[in-house]
Write a protein that binds this ligand. Structure first.
Ligand SMILES: CC(=O)SCCNC(=O)CCNC(=O)[C@H](O)C(C)(C)COP(=O)(O)OP(=O)(O)OC[C@H]1O[C@@H](n2cnc3c(N)ncnc32)[C@H](O)[C@@H]1OP(=O)(O)O
Length: 441
């Protein structure tokens, strides 16, 4: 088996292979979109002679982390021919991909998993989670916050990147776990005409609050984005699709499916939720990917009307270069802990590491013999034992601030040798808003 770059000339072969493995098919437009997506990726093929039997691709993302962002390899299209499964093809593809991540300066890799059980063994931890939320909109939405009464405007999806881009970027700065979007990503991944999973849904609709001249008419993207911020940046937006009543809906009206809703203030969020819940001929609002700290859940006056229907893992994150990843994020409190880390993929990732970090910078995550690892500032020199024992998977899970080591200690996944070491590291990793991922890929 040979693991090598999948050349542009093999893109169609790669797509046929992926559609076979994922039991999928695509029309011409979707195929072109998938081809364009693959073209932008780092691509590794597993070849048996000249036959393609495995594929892994990675988008060159910029992932928001607390206080900044960093380059991340967004793994996708991972697929092994049904004739070649369980022979180490995935393992070989990932080994090759890790070499490329190092060469590309990507300290983390991220992915959405098709099955929960696949990626833990490769060191991926669940770094963001999401709630699915359902609103009974057969009656007016009861909220404890007065909605922003500025006018709402429907915007042509073609103008969405220009109109929504600034607010999306501002929200990324306060929510870790989000990837930067370019125009192509907006067009192909966020706002495709047809929803790939449910073709009965309408094309995407985009509603915007604020950010214009205050007129109720759509003033056009050029005018809205002509300014440099302030009033010209929307206070909130939602992207949604609708479906008229179908069998099994259970309510006497159609569906509003919310793909994303972002707002600067609780009042702006209230206005957008109220709008979505009051669209004529619909009786259910469903949002599949809401942050766990979505303000909607607190502002809803009637918890029977706004229900969490599911909690699911979202983005999985693998630390490839922990020191570079730790240096790229901000820290909420100073911390100085010794970690005994196990990493089954990278031998160099296993061992005792001293992590020092804090709001004033100077992050270090250093291996070495115990004397070097503890260093002159350590209280007990070579005798200082590990404060926590954990896997690289657990370290990846808590990197964005969305998972708590204390809970992992309670679950037996992390061992705490020094009382409250987990709590101290949790406090340093904590973020104002929980991490959340908008884009599936
Ligand atoms: C980010 C994404 O793209 S997610 C999409 C993932 N792709 C799919 O689900 C498509 C369908 N499935 C496949 O293509 C393949 O079965 C894959 C990619 C999941 C696995 O590929 P394989 O080449 O069979 O994996 P490989 O042989 O390297 O297995 C490595 C280890 O993972 C384990 N493993 C592989 N797949 C799974 C699974 N689905 N569930 C649990 N364990 C698994 C293997 O048992 C093996 O463990 P071992 O070393 O203890 O024996």
């Amino acid at each position: 088996m040979d693991f090598r770059t999948l050349p542009e000339a093999h893109l169609d072969r790669a797509l046929d292979h992926a559609y076979l493995v994922f039991h999928d098919e695509a029309d011409e437009k979707q195929r072109k979109q998938h081809r364009d997506a693959l073209l932008r990726c780092e691509r590794v093929g597993a070849y048996e002679g000249e036959r393609l039997v495995g594929l892994a691709a990675a988008f060159p993302f910029r992932l928001s982390v607390p206080g900044g962002e960093l380059p991340a390899a967004g793994l996708s299209f991972v697929s092994v021919a049904p004739t070649h499964r369980r022979r180490g093809v995935l393992t070989g593809l990932l080994d090759e991909m890790w070499r490329r991540c190092a060469a590309n300066g990507q300290p983390v890799s991220v992915l959405w998993a098709s099955q929960d059980a696949i990626y833990g063994r490769f060191g991926f931890g669940t770094a963001t989670r999401a709630y699915a939320v359902e609103i009974d909109s057969t009656r007016p939405l009861a909220l404890r916050v007065a909605p922003d009464e500025r006018p709402l405007r429907l915007v042509d999806p073609a103008d969405a990147p220009a109109v929504l881009g600034p607010l999306h970027a501002a929200r990324r700065a306060v929510r870790a776990g989000r990837i930067a979007r370019d125009d192509t990503w907006w067009k192909d991944e966020v706002l495709p005409e047809k929803d790939e999973d449910d073709e009965e849904l309408s094309p995407p609709r985009v509603v915007v609050l604020g950010g214009g001249t205050g007129d109720t008419e759509d003033t056009g993207a050029a005018e809205i984005t002509g300014g440099t911020g302030g009033d010209r940046v929307p206070a909130g937006y939602a992207v949604y699709r609708t479906r008229s009543e179908g069998p099994g809906e259970g309510r006497a009206a159609g569906l509003v499916r919310v793909d994303e809703l972002e707002a600067d203030t609780p009042e702006a969020a209230a206005a957008l939720w109220r709008y979505l819940a009051s669209i004529d001929l619909t009786g259910t609002v469903r949002a599949g990917d809401r942050p766990l700290d979505d303000p909607l859940l607190l502002m809803a006056a009637d918890r029977d009307q706004v229900r969490v229907t599911e909690e699911c893992p979202a983005l999985r994150l693998r630390l490839l270069d922990p020191e570079a990843a730790f240096a790229a994020r901000s820290w909420a409190a100073p911390v100085d802990v010794v970690l005994e880390v196990s990493d089954t993929v990278f031998p160099g990732g296993t061992g005792r590491f001293r992590l020092t970090a804090g709001p004033d910078g100077g992050v270090s995550y250093r291996p070495g013999d115990p004397v070097d690892a503890v260093g002159p500032a350590g209280p007990a020199g070579p005798e200082r034992p590990a404060d926590l024992t954990l896997g690289i998977r657990e370290l990846g899970a808590c990197y964005l601030g969305g998972a708590e080591l204390r809970r992992m200690v309670q679950a037996g996944l992390v061992t705490e040798h020094t009382p409250s070491a987990a709590a101290r590291l949790d406090a340093a990793l904590a973020t104002e808003q929980l991490p959340h991922t908008l884009d599936g890929f």
